[in-house]
Each structure stands twice: as C-alpha cells, then as structure tokens.
Design a protein around this ligand. Sequence first.
Ligand code: PRP
Ligand code: MN
Ligand code: MG
Length: 175
Amino acid sequence: MGFVTDSILINEEQLKGKVKEIGLQIRHDFQDEPIVLIVVLKGAFVFASDLIRVIDGKVTIDFVVASSYGNQTETTGKVRLLKDIEVNITDENVVIVEDIIDSGLTLSFLKEHFQLHKPKSMKVCTLLDKPDRRKVDLKADYAGFVIPDQFIVGYGIDYAERYRNLPYIATVKEV
Ligand code: PRP
Ligand code: MN
Ligand code: MG
C-alpha cells in the first residue's frame, strides 16, 4: 500500500499566470518600498524562486525551515523551527512566503515568532489555501488558489519528501 499521483489539479501554465499576478500585486501594494521575503522551507522553495523573479525593485530574501508534518498526511500539531532568519526584519516590510496553508498552525507560529522582531508590516503570501482544514484563525493576504480538502503534491510540496520536483500540482491517491 502506498500513494501515487492521480490527476493534475493545477498545471504549469496556470501556476505561471498566478505567480505573475501575485508578484505584480505585491509590488503594487508596497509601491517603491523595500520588501523582505521570508520563505518557509522546504515546501515554498519552488514557488518563491518563481515569485522573486516577478517582483520588481528592492527585495531581500531569507529562509526559515519549519516542519510539522513529518511523513504523515496529517499535521502533528507541533511546529519545529529547524532554521531561523538571519536578516534583520525590525522596521522592515515582511512578506512570509508559503506553499500551502492547511491547519494554519505553521504560519500562526511563524507570525508570532517574527512579530517579536517588530517589523514595520507583516503579510502572508501563500500559493495554495485549504480553508476547510483550519484549526486556528489565519488568513492569507495573498492567496493563489483556494483548493478543496484533498492531499496534493508537486511544485515544492511533498508527500514523505517525494514529488517536490513535479512542475505542476497533482492530487495523490492511495493504491
Ligand atoms: C507543510 C507546508 C506548510 C505547512 C502547512 O510543511 O509546506 O509549510 O505544512 O500546513 P499547516 O497550515 O497545517 O501548518 P511541512 O511541515 O510538510 O514541511 P515541508 O515544507 O518541509 O514539507
Ligand atoms: Mn512547509
Ligand atoms: Mg511537507
């Protein structure tokens, strides 16, 4: 018994169009101000690498490594911060970049953590949003696609560390 990819939920062209849209919106909202993007690894690395190339102007990038799923399809409920930021975000405009918001636990933990540094502003940008699965009240300021409660992989998102290399988002099924 295991999991295999089933059907394509969001294809490469749809991803590209949406990433461009989000990038333009972010730059529009911040005008000429500098932005610090904090990418939540591992999942967000593919989305973030496309996103930074469609945001013009002054952009700094940093990374955190946060993990709460291990090898399961259900959150363990405990967020582990395996690597923190290195840039100074005090008085900066921070945009946290995620691949997906599910229970919301990862982002609520990270938001609280970054808030201690007193940024000028803090926004949340996610490629995918699964609002049906929320365990905490958490809203994204930028959300690419709202998706149903289905387990998905690809474009950075894994199942047991696999499938991150798919260029599209696919559903998985049990076989
Ligand atoms: C996944 C995903 C998000 C988080 C979303 O990360 O990349 O970071 O879970 O779920 P939540 O809203 O329920 O917290 P994961 O813990 O699997 O680590 P990974 O990014 O290294 O795959
Ligand atoms: Mn993640
Ligand atoms: Mg994962």
